[in-house]
Design a protein around this ligand. Structure first.
Ligand code: NAD
Ligand code: TYD
Length: 356
């Protein structure tokens, strides 16, 4: 069996659902159920004995040790994190706690567990750390994309905390021989993403007839990857990645934010037409402090060594995503609780805005 952390969040839940769709190897899923963790994401697994959900914190060393001792996983797949840049600007402490201290706690528990395994168990064990391209900092328009050798230069509290966790993971391999693997992935999108991130926020606001808040000039560039493709890449890294290595994972799909929003509006105009175009809702608002201008991923290593390439194009992935949100309006309403409204007014209330 495998131990997954953060499997009630966006990517983790997609990973667990895909995993149990594709095989019968059980999953122990440790999640603290923060605002981003949602048991509804795992509803299709209700009553499924292959999925053991544990409501708990990765910073709780005794709990992690107990789970390792009881379930004897052959791998840990570590998603649990605070993951939203804007929240990290408003309140960085939780990011250091979960992303740095939490990863440290897992590594220490994994190290002790791994050391006590027999020869075969030791050789087979893997610690797969799920990280981000944001650790590499910001590119100019003409810079080559991030490779695995690009020096770290994180700019936000979020990316700094993820960079710190990546360094710990690296060191636990180098110093203690823990068989770690790291994936540094670009921006994900797809079903089950919490509507604080660009794509689901824009879909939710558009459907509610609310402004679509584009930060700054909207010309910041991100590489976008459909979440199902990220999950496939992670399974491949777990299966065949070389311990100690890092793999950049991306969609070969750089887009400026404003172009993403225009594409979303066009899809919504087609799939859920109203008497006006959703584009009329676009509003440029005060930029995010320290906003990274461009991320881009060179994903040739994972293709060359592990034979992975994304299956979805941006067009197919985004269409699936918009359709999913249209079909799951109850899911959206359920996560737009009081705490969500509070975040929206905290993040957007102070920004000056003007219609596009
Ligand atoms: P998310 O915010 O949707 O989910 C995070 C999950 O972790 C939630 O279920 C939450 O309850 C859980 N969690 C938070 N703190 C915890 C703690 N202390 N103990 C146990 N569980 C805890 O995040 P996501 O978008 O699914 O991202 C998952 C991972 O992938 C993160 O490590 C993130 O840095 C990385 N990543 C995300 C993206 C992206 O575009 N979303 C891209 C690259 C990498
Ligand atoms: P986000 O989804 O928060 O991911 P990240 O900051 O980790 O890349 O944002 C993606 C891009 O969209 C980023 O450049 C910020 C921008 N953005 C907006 O323009 N408006 C918004 O309301 C949000 C949430 C993001």
């Amino acid at each position: 069996m495998i131990l997954v952390t953060g499997g009630a969040g966006f990517i983790g839940a997609n990973f667990v659902l895909d995993w149990l769709h594709g095989c019968d190897e059980p999953v122990v899923n440790l999640d603290r159920l923060t605002y981003a963790g949602n048991p509804d994401n795992l509803a299709p697994l209700a009553g499924d004995a292959r999925h053991v959900f544990v409501h708990g914190d990765i910073c709780d060393r005794a709990l992690v040790e107990d789970l390792l001792a009881r379930h004897r996983p052959r791998a840990i797949v570590h998603f649990a994190a605070e993951s939203h840049v804007d929240r990290s600007i408003h309140g960085p402490a939780e990011f250091v706690r979960t992303n740095v201290d939490g990863t440290f706690t897992l590594l220490e528990a994994a190290r002790a567990y791994h050391a006590a395994l027999d020869g075969t168990g030791k050789a087979a064990f893997r610690f797969l750390h799920v990280s981000t391209d944001e650790v590499f900092g910001s590119l100019s328009p003409t810079d080559p994309p991030f490779s695995e050798d690009t020096p770290y230069a994180p700019n936000s509290p979020y990316s700094a905390s993820k960079a710190a966790s990546d360094h710990l993971v690296r060191a636990w391999h180098h110093t203690y021989g823990l068989p770690v693997l790291t994936g540094n992935c670009s921006n994900n999108y797809g079903p089950l993403q919490f509507p604080e991130k660009l794509i689901p926020l824009m879909i939710a606001n558009a459907l509610a007839g609310k402004p679509l808040p584009v930060y700054g000039d909207g010309r910041q560039v991100r590489d976008w990857l459909y979440v199902g493709d990220h999950c496939t890449a992670l399974r491949r890294v777990l299966e065949a990645g070389r311990p100690g290595e890092t793999y950049n994972i991306g969609g070969w799909n750089e887009k400026a934010n404003i172009d993403v929003v225009h594409t979303l509006c066009a899809l919504l105009d087609e799939l859920k037409p109203t008497d006006r175009s959703y584009k009329d809702l676009i509003a440029f608002v005060t930029d995010r402090p320290g906003h990274d201008r461009r991320y881009a991923i060179d994903a040739r290593k994972i293709e060359r060594e592990l034979g992975w390439r994304p299956a979805e194009t941006f067009e197919t992935g985004l269409r699936k995503t918009v359709q999913w949100y249209l079909d799951h309006q109850d899911w959206v309403r359920n996560v737009q609780s009081g705490a969500y409204q509070q975040w929206i007014s905290e993040n957007y209330g102070q920004r000056q805005g003007s219609p596009a």
